[in-house]
Design a protein. Structure first.
Length: 221
């Protein structure tokens, strides 16, 4: 394989005091992000979703294979099918599959098998990672670090949506193979995350929980 051509990197240096201000403001903004489970059905213009996906699709990835695919759902019939399938799996999870300890960990969050947000939120973004892919000529090629790459892209997507002024839920029905069937994705694509996006319900609440202090999650040498 031939080495890529190199082009000059265009870097816009920011003065240190301005960097400090930006870093502080951004951390403040990110600390206002909450996972929301109660959505309004108010419409959200598609252009905003498109732009946030454009940000997500700029994520770094193993060997630049960009091993992700985003399916954006607004169709009410498709959302209803996703809700039905997800709730069937979740009932199994909560009633049978989940180990007692896992249920104990979830109990304070009050989650259950009811997932109305899958129909109420104006947009659902189903994120798939590609375990492998095909060249336009049909040749099978590997992807590298597909989970990590897609996880980073999801982080950027959630960040972009929050920055834009919307709320999200990082939802992981388990297992979620039904997404391939409903959303007609090929076998090389594996469901990774289902993200309802929209405005919060007017009476939305969130659990009163906090983030670990920085000293507990960061060390310096
Ligand atoms: N997927 C289930 C259970 C669940 C699991 C974890 I880990 C959570 O942080 C929250 C929920 C559900 O969505 O209810």
């Amino acid at each position: 394989m031939k080495l890529h051509d190199s082009i000059p990197f265009s870097f816009n240096e920011v003065p240190v005091d301005e960097m400090c201000r930006r870093a502080h403001a951004f951390a403040d903004l990110m600390h206002t992000r909450r996972t929301v489970r109660f959505f309004s059905d108010r419409p959200v213009p598609r252009q905003i979703i498109d732009e946030c996906l454009r940000a997500a699709a700029s994520a770094p990835s193993g060997a630049n294979r960009q091993p992700w695919h985003f399916v954006v759902v607004s169709d009410q019939v498709v959302k209803h099918r996703i809700r039905d399938a997800a709730e069937a799996e979740e009932r199994e999870f909560y009633q049978r599959r989940a180990p007692e300890r896992w249920l104990e960990a979830l109990a304070p969050l009050g989650t259950d098998a009811d997932k109305p947000f899958l129909e109420v939120a104006p947009w659902l973004i189903a994120v798939f990672y590609k375990a492998y892919e095909f060249t336009p000529a049909g040749e099978k090629v590997n992807t590298y670090y597909p989970h990590e790459s897609t996880g980073i892209a999801c982080g950027m997507l959630i960040t972009a949506l929050h920055h834009a002024g919307l709320v999200t839920l990082t939802h992981t029905p388990s297992p979620m193979g039904f997404l391939n069937e409903i959303l007609q994705r090929p076998a090389n694509e594996r469901p990774y995350l289902l993200i309802p996006v929209g405005y919060p319900a007017e009476d939305a609440t969130v659990p009163c929980i906090s983030r670990k202090p920085l000293a507990q999650v960061v060390s310096y040498f």
